[in-house]
Design a protein around this ligand. Structure first.
Ligand SMILES: CC1=C(CCC(=O)O)c2cc3nc(cc4[nH]c(cc5[nH]c(cc1n2)c(C)c5CCC(=O)O)c(CCC(=O)O)c4C)C(CCC(=O)O)=C3C
Ligand SMILES: [Fe+2]
Length: 348
């Protein structure tokens, strides 16, 4: 296959106070998330001047990718399109068409498979292609990178740096928590989200010689009667505080690749405050961001598709598929059940 461009596909975020509500309306259109939750999250953004750091972080990633590709003789123009905020995928694909791009590879900023991180982005690209119409570029997704050494190695470095902030004599007793965005259970059943999360976390924990760890979730947003992946990071902090002998907790947002709003607000603000109240010393590990090994990984994922470069993967699961099967990350949200029906025992 020959490819003539690379497309960075991400979530998008507001860049000023007036962007916040229209952005959140884009995120939540057709979703089962209460309006009160939307307004509460709007406050999280307003707390930071209505600016999410995610777009600046993606710009930095693009610059690093351009540099790395040109240094390694990979001659592909790079484009960037988001699901929820400018630059939106439809505008980017229109530009690509104008530039004569016919077949692009796409890097999604999600390391784990889920409807949100895989299929929904592919749907977004499909809709953008329809909007652009005749001559819109074809787009092929690069495989998920949860077990690629270019993701695991820099995360090991980040977690080591976090442990280094704890006095040496307390390090071995510190509790290691990995976090990922919670998703509804009904979304978690037809994808490998939990598997990818668990394997990446295990590899990182072993890499820092602290194999004991726990998987927790953050940023839950659905209605209370809809089951989402648990336990929540806050509940686990409370649980650790009552066991008495825990002093230090290292929290690793392995489900994200940059320190965007979900990290800054839900971990550095909310979880940190809770930990302070509980008397726990919470140290948050960094995300990969523009770590050179991670940036090189993106190029390696391209090279394995355009040449016979090896498909790197560590651990037990091997490299994930290049082409998503028809039902990959399929999600048919069920209507939320009224609370009364939910609590009734199933009769048949
Ligand atoms: C799996 C997953 C990832 C990782 C993979 C991926 O990258 O996709 C992710 C990333 C992100 N999520 C983000 C922000 C938000 N997510 C929301 C809502 C939701 N996320 C969900 C899942 C995920 N989300 C789900 C199941 C919902 C419920 C609505 C729905 O079914 O879709 C809402 C609505 C308000 C709220 O209720 O929190 C916001 C504002 C930002 C940007 C942060 C910034 O601005 O810096 C990023 C990178
Ligand atoms: Fe999200």
């Amino acid at each position: 296959m020959t490819y003539d461009a690379l497309l960075l596909v991400s979530f998008g975020g507001p860049e000023g106070p007036d962007d916040v509500l229209p952005f959140l309306e884009n995120v939540l259109r057709g979703k089962n998330v209460p309006r009160e939750r939307m307004l509460a999250v709007a406050e999280h953004y307003q707390h930071f001047g209505g600016v999410s750091p995610i777009n600046e972080q993606n710009r930095a990633l693009l610059a690093a990718m351009k540099n790395d590709l040109s240094q390694h003789g990979v001659d592909l123009p790079i484009y960037w399109g988001n699901r929820n905020w400018h630059p939106l995928l439809a505008d980017t694909l229109a530009q690509m068409k104008q530039d004569g791009v016919q077949h692009a590879l796409a890097f999604f900023t999600s390391g784990f498979s889920s409807y949100s991180g895989c299929r929904q982005y592919r749907e977004n690209i499909g809709v953008a292609q329809q909007t652009v119409g005749e001559g819109a570029p074809a787009v092929d997704k690069l495989r998920v990178f949860f077990n690629h050494p270019g993701f695991i190695e820099p995360m090991i470095e980040r977690v080591r740096d976090a442990f280094a902030q704890i006095p040496e004599e307390r390090r071995s007793k510190a509790v290691l928590l990995f976090t990922a965005h919670s998703i509804p259970l009904s979304m978690a059943t037809n994808c490998k989200y939990e598997t990818h999360f668990a394997e990446a976390s295990r590899l990182i924990a072993e890499g820092v010689n602290h194999p004991q760890h726990r998987l927790v979730y953050q940023s839950r947003s659905g209605p209370a009667n809809q089951p989402w992946l648990e336990p929540d990071v806050g509940d686990v902090l409370k649980e650790l505080a009552v066991t008495g002998d825990v002093r230090d907790v290292v929290v690793v947002p392995v489900g994200f690749i940059s320190d965007h709003m979900e990290v800054m607000f839900d971990l550095d603000y909310e979880a940190k405050h809770l930990a302070d109240e509980l008397g726990l010393n919470l140290v948050r590990a960094g995300t990969v961001g523009t770590h050179p090994r991670f940036v090189a990984m993106i190029r390696e994922l391209i090279q394995e598709r355009i040449s016979d470069a090896p498909k790197l993967a560590i651990g037990t699961l091997g490299p994930s598929h290049d082409v998503c099967p028809a039902d990959c990350c399929k999600y048919e949200p069920r209507r939320p059940m009224p609370p009364a029906a939910e609590s009734r025992p199933t009769a048949c």
